[in-house]
Design a protein around this ligand. Structure first.
Ligand code: NAD
Ligand code: UDP
Length: 386
């Protein structure tokens, strides 16, 4: 850690970071990185700590004292302002961010992503503290290309689908498609943060993650989360593979996504944390444009990779089709394609993702198999016995 310098060659001073949502998927990886590679201190705020308990105990770990856990629900806890004041920087990750909730719990989704973030922005602005706020690639909504005729050659033109922070419009579906409650709440908080920057001088950075995936993402239903819960696609497909059942393709699995390995993405966040002069005032796409697949292709690749890492035979019927209404309920809608423009993050931070989709699935599914295979087997044999 000695002699660490920023991108402009200046020594990096240790800082205190108030990390809200530190107990989640991204938070757990960011805490791990900050503890193992930097001298910074983390005030970790969340309602859960399971995913970071390896960092909090035992007290003899080398970073003992540099991470403190505060079990706080930011909806209603007056300790939040004190923690933001104690820190040099606040990183806000807290959110409801699983698509199955957007159309079924739209009020909770809007409150979590907009209303609950308001005090965080306000305390940062009023106390002159820097804020890194996690938004989403979903603020882009659908691509312009999605509205062209199916056979239009313009659909192949990147100008109609590449998503760029300072040029692309945000295109959501109608209000009755409640899927967009999340994207809309995230967009409004982005606008509010941007306006705090413009009118009151708030030093901010906004991150738009493009499908970050890896170990510790979400939960396996019935094992470390509710049996009826619907997590994001990595955990849904992992659950199917662990149970040796076909992977469910929503509306044919035609939607396209670019997946990035969490460890690559965390490198980008660390650069933002340690290079405020280059990151402040910017909105950054963080994704891997080289890892694009349809959801169907993702299912096929995960089936192959899982067979390799588990040593089991591949499924005879790897996928089944399911309608979005059946899978998510009324009001679901989808983003068609998500390719991040990388110009701004390249220019400001010189960052590029490294890990291929195959490699990131191999390490992630190795983790899923080691962590869950035995528990799933036991749960399944109990169900059969009953
Ligand atoms: P996550 O659900 O694993 O983590 C969110 C954490 O916030 C959870 O631990 C949760 O307990 C905590 N939290 C929620 N409400 C809280 C409250 N009221 N008080 C205290 N803690 C609260 O999700 P994640 O994947 O780590 O995502 C983090 C952020 O990144 C979110 O804002 C999400 O919208 C954004 N994001 C992530 C992705 C991705 O690819 N993982 C994509 C787009 C956007
Ligand atoms: N999806 C699917 N089967 C599943 C879970 C998700 O086909 O079991 C699809 C979903 O409809 C979407 C994509 O996978 O098109 C990615 O879903 P995810 O929940 O990861 O979130 P999103 O990228 O839509 O924000």
């Amino acid at each position: 850690m000695a002699g660490r310098v920023d991108l402009d060659g200046n020594p990096i001073k240790p800082i205190t970071i108030c990390m809200i949502g530190a107990g989640g998927f991204i938070g757990s990886h960011l805490c791990e990185k900050l503890m193992s590679e930097t001298p910074h201190t983390v005030l970790a705020v969340d309602v859960y700590s399971d995913k970071i308990k390896h960092l909090l105990e035992p007290a003899s770990l080398p970073w003992n004292g540099r991470i403190q856990f505060h079990r706080i629900n930011i909806k209603n806890d007056s300790r939040l302002e004190g923690l933001i004041k104690m820190a040099d920087l606040t990183v806000n990750l807290a959110a409801i961010c699983t698509p199955a909730d957007y159309n079924t719990r739209p009020l909770d989704t809007i409150y979590s992503n907009f209303i609950d973030a308001l005090p965080v922005v306000k305390y940062c602005s009023e106390n002159g503290k820097r804020l890194i706020h996690f938004s989403t690639c979903e603020v882009y909504g659908k691509t312009v290309g999605a509205f062209l005729p199916q056979d239009s050659p313009l659909r192949q033109d990147p100008a109609y689908y590449v998503l760029s922070e300072d040029a692309s419009p945000c295109i959501f579906g109608p209000i009755e498609k409640q899927r967009w409650s999340y994207a809309c709440a995230k967009q409004l908080i982005e606008r509010l943060i941007y306006a705090e920057g413009a009118e009151n001088g708030l030093e901010f950075t906004i991150v738009r993650p493009f499908n970050w995936i890896g170990p510790r993402m979400d939960f396996i239903p019935g094992i470390d989360g509710p049996s009826e819960g619907v997590p994001r696609v990595l955990a849904c497909f992992s659950n199917n593979l662990l149970r040796h059942e076909p992977l469910k393709l929503v509306d044919g699995g035609h939607s396209q996504r670019t997946f990035i390995y969490i460890k690559d993405a965390i490198e980008a966040v660390l650069l933002m944390i340690e290079n405020p002069a280059r990151a402040n005032g910017h909105i950054f796409n963080v994704g891997n444009p080289n890892n694009e697949v349809t959801v169907r292709q993702l299912a096929e690749m995960m089936t192959q990779v899982y067979s390799k890492v588990s040593g089991g035979s591949p499924l005879e019927t790897p996928t089944i089709d399911v309608s979005s209404k059946e899978f998510y309920g009324e009001g679901y809608d989808d983003s068609d394609k998500r390719i991040p423009d990388m110009t701004i993050i390249n220019r400001q931070l010189g960052w590029n993702p490294k890990t291929s989709l195959w490699d990131l699935l191999e390490s992630t599914l190795t983790y899923q198999h080691r962590t869950y295979a035995e528990a799933v087997k036991q749960a399944m044999s109990k169900t059969t016995a009953n």
